[in-house]
Design a protein around this ligand. Structure first.
Ligand SMILES: NC(=O)c1ccc[n+]([C@@H]2O[C@H](COP(=O)([O-])OP(=O)(O)OC[C@H]3O[C@@H](n4cnc5c(N)ncnc54)[C@H](OP(=O)(O)O)[C@@H]3O)[C@@H](O)[C@H]2O)c1
Length: 259
């Protein structure tokens, strides 16, 4: 029932559960990341755009958790096309690390710019400043454009995901290409009061949020919940003590498309 991780070629394994940090700034970001590391998360998700890399890095150093035990993702905004090296150098300096574990193009740049940007990310990976590189908010067609041009597949695509957005064809499309699916906004995309989630949660003595997280993990989809509430930071991390049955997994799958 361990939470587990997914292998990434040339990089440390990526824990299936990570801690999201969007909208956490300043002291709140620092404190939340300290709480998360204390609670047991070993995977942190940030981005140039979040404006909190310095706080994330400081929290990691102050936590005493060895750097190599924590999987660190950051992202470059599409608008920084042409300034990739400088952007990664700024991220590494703010985070206080020699290399990030995963560096993503935050969203597809405008037409014609995606392939050159991808080549620049690959060059940084080859230089050892990012252990793996990938994309976010890309469609399968946009991923195929990168593969066709470079013969290099993004390690990860970070996309909006949750039970309502569940689509086995999207998962299969990524898996056929060897791209790990990482879901974001697991709670914002979910009605946590849904009776299906409530029933399953009560059967396991947990809250609906944990059912949603456990559902991701059992589908081997990486999930990065955010919370600024100390109690939720802890409970969201406690998803290793129960397992959803096949029927329960299907019941959550069937929330797809519901509004
Ligand atoms: N690549 C992209 O374009 C992209 C876009 C969006 C997000 N992301 C990443 O994905 C992460 C997660 O997504 P997100 O921040 O949009 O949303 P989320 O994790 O789905 O939801 C966060 C919200 O859920 C609440 N929450 C947390 N735990 C809860 C619980 N146990 N029960 C009920 N409510 C709970 C939080 O409240 P409190 O904070 O008050 O506890 C917060 O309001 C981000 O932080 C970011 O790292 C990436």
């Amino acid at each position: 029932m361990a939470i587990g991780s997914v292998p990434l070629s040339g990089a440390p394994a990526m824990p299936l559960l990570g801690f999201g940090t969007w909208q956490l700034r300043g002291r709140a970001a620092y404190e939340a990341v300290r709480e998360a590391l204390e609670a047991g998360y070993r995977h942190l998700d940030t981005a140039t755009m979040y404006g909190n890399e310095a706080e994330v890095g400081r929290a990691l150093r102050d936590s005493g958790v060895p750097r190599e035990e924590v999987f660190l993702t950051t992202k470059i905004p599409a608008e920084r096309a042409g300034r990739e090296r400088a952007t990664l150098d700024a991220s590494r300096a703010a985070l206080g690390v020699d290399a990030v574990d995963l560096w993503l193009i935050h969203w597809p740049p405008r037409r014609g710019r995606s392939v050159p940007m991808w080549r620049a990310l690959l060059a940084e990976r080859d230089a050892g400043r990012a252990r793996a590189v990938g994309v976010s908010n890309y469609s399968i067609d946009e991923i195929d454009e990168l593969i066709a041009a470079t013969d290099e597949t993004p390690a990860v695509n970070q996309i909006r995901w949750g039970p309502r957005l569940y689509d086995p064809k999207v998962v299969a499309g990524h898996r056929e290409r060897g791209v790990v699916v990482e879901g974001y906004s697991p709670f914002k995309t979910t009605n946590l009061h849904d009776p299906v989630l409530a029933r399953i949660a009560s059967a396991h003595g947990v809250d609906p949020a944990r059912v949603v997280l456990r559902w991701h993990v059992q589908h081997e989809i990486v999930v990065i919940p955010k919370s600024s509430t100390p109690e939720r930071i802890v409970t969201n991390c406690r998803i290793d003590g129960f397992q959803l049955t096949g029927e329960e997994m299907q019941a959550v799958d069937s929330l797809a498309g519901r509004h």
